[in-house]
Ligand binder design. Sequence first.
Ligand code: MG
Length: 253
Amino acid sequence: MGFKIKTKEEIEIMAEGGRRLGEILASLASEVRPGIGTAFFDTRSFALIKKAGCEPAFLNYRPTGAKKAYPATICVSINDVVVHGVPSKRVIEDGDIVSLDLGLKYKGWYVDAAVSVGAGKLDTKKYKLIAAAKNALELGIGQAMPGKTLGDIGCAIEKFVKQERFSIVEGLTGHGIGRELHEEPAVFNFGKPGKGEPLKVGMVIAIEPMISAGGAKIRQLQDDSYAIADGSLAAHFEHTIAITENGPRVLTK
Ligand code: MG
């Protein structure tokens, strides 16, 4: 099918792009605090991407289901907004959960990653939600090796998130990545062990658990972003991972 296998050389290029992305995203995440406007992150990420010799992947990208091309270099999604939050005049407040999702292109290859961080003081439930999304990603990554399947990844994520009594957000998935930002296959955050596409050396996928403290349904907002329909809080973590003979290799560290 459309599942594109990458060579070792191509994966090395993606790893270099991913390393640059990882540094940029960590730097941006460290800037999250109450009182800062979300537009700051767009300006800053654009500057850092350029400085790193890369191109923004999201600017002018039109995801399936969006009414218009994406107008910024980064997604800043706050509280009940899960993904695709557009930087704006909105100012981050104490206790907000801020999810930063960033993609870039380096030497013709895309990489994609996301983190959720708290601004100021968070209550225990918010910390738990963020930690659960982060741990779910780690568990999913742990299955990303030859001999396993996409179902194994989804199952590991789903099982843990349910155990933590949070919900897997419906209708949003991870994806293959490479010459295109979004390639086949869809990487679901749920699944059955041993089912789905078998994982092979040279596959590169973005695994991205998106979880909710309440309902699993989403609704699309004016700016094309997706929020939890019942207004519950959300968290999102993402890495780009190569399947290698030695197991999962996280490219976006
Ligand atoms: Mg992604």
